[in-house]
Design a protein around this ligand. Structure first.
Ligand code: DGL
Length: 297
């Protein structure tokens, strides 16, 4: 195996005073509610931290847009979070992670920032003893071939096959996570992808879109036995915790674990009611429209 590339952009230590910065929230964004699967893992890994979460629901989906458009959207969403004040940025969207990281590093050189593709690729390499890795993602992520790059840097001998599964985003945003329609669409996407791995299928299937983990059961049900699912959320959360720890930026111990209401501020660019209703499924905790602030980018 080749050495693991550094996960976090902007490696130099921040120029800001760390005793103040440690109290700032961690900024997280996605095109919609999908990134809440990452927020859930982040909260679990760092129960003392505060978070800002922005879902750009007015402009979803990102996965069908050009890379230039998504990179511009990512800069606009990040600006809202940075203006409020964050100590680290988590791009909880694979599509944005695949095109926006260089622009974000350039615009905010002092801000540590991670996407979800590098952690997802690292987790996949660990879970693939034979180096046989299948990836489903949005059209934009597949076009940019970011997973191939991130996997091959770690495992140059890996066999990788990728396939866009954009309809999964719509199903997830609709809150349709099971039933015949979901199974039929899963088969249509996954049967041809599995056929690219004759002799026993792949070792793992990467859920290369943060909307997909809520469909995990339906997806797993149509896969050959023994193919494990990779969700980058847990690995991303671990990397963020390590990075903040290394920089002395973890929030000091604050006692009992805090509720979502106490520790997260939510923003959406469209309809807070819908964001709260669907977001609950992704976050795994109750959300009310009054917890969500409407913002205009
Ligand atoms: N959740 C996002 C991702 O991880 C994007 C889905 C979309 O807006 O198309 O790619």
């Amino acid at each position: 195996m080749t050495p693991t590339p550094s996960p976090v952009h902007n490696s130099p230590t921040m120029s800001t005073d760390t005793s103040t910065s440690a109290h700032l929230p961690i900024g997280v964004f996605d095109s919609g509610v999908g990134g809440l699967t990452v927020l859930r893992a982040l909260r679990r890994a760092m129960p003392n931290e505060n978070f800002l979460y922005l879902g750009d629901t007015a402009r979803l989906p990102y996965g069908t847009k050009s890379g230039a458009t998504v990179a511009r959207y990512a800069l606009q969403t990040t600006r809202v979070l940075v203006d409020i004040g964050v100590k680290m940025l988590v791009v909880a969207c694979n599509t944005a992670s695949s095109v926006a990281m260089p622009g974000l590093s350039e615009a905010y050189p002092g801000l540590p920032c991670t996407g979800v593709i590098e952690p997802g690729a690292a987790a996949a390499c660990e879970a693939a003893p034979r180096g046989r890795i299948a990836v489903i993602a949005t059209g934009g992520t597949v076009r940019g071939a970011a997973y191939q790059g991130a996997i091959l840097r770690r495992r140059p001998e890996a066999t990788i096959a990728t396939r866009p599964a954009q309809l999964f985003v719509a199903l997830a945003e609709e809150g349709w996570t099971d039933g015949q329609v979901v199974t039929d669409i899963a088969r249509r996407y996954l049967d041809p992808l599995m056929a690219e791995f004759p002799e026993g299928g792949p070792d793992c299937l990467v859920l290369g879109c943060t909307h997909f983990p809520v469909l995990a059961q339906a997806i797993q049900a149509v896969l050959p036995q023994g193919v494990c699912l990779i969700d980058s959320a847990e690995t991303t959360a671990r990397w963020v915790a390590e990075e903040l720890g290394a920089r002395g930026l973890l929030r000091p111990e604050a006692g009992a674990p805090r509720s979502v209401k106490e520790s997260v501020r939510f923003f959406a660019t469209d309809d807070p009611e819908r964001f709260a209703r669907v977001g609950e499924i992704f976050l795994g905790e109750p959300l009310s429209p009054s917890d969500v602030t409407l913002v205009d980018l």
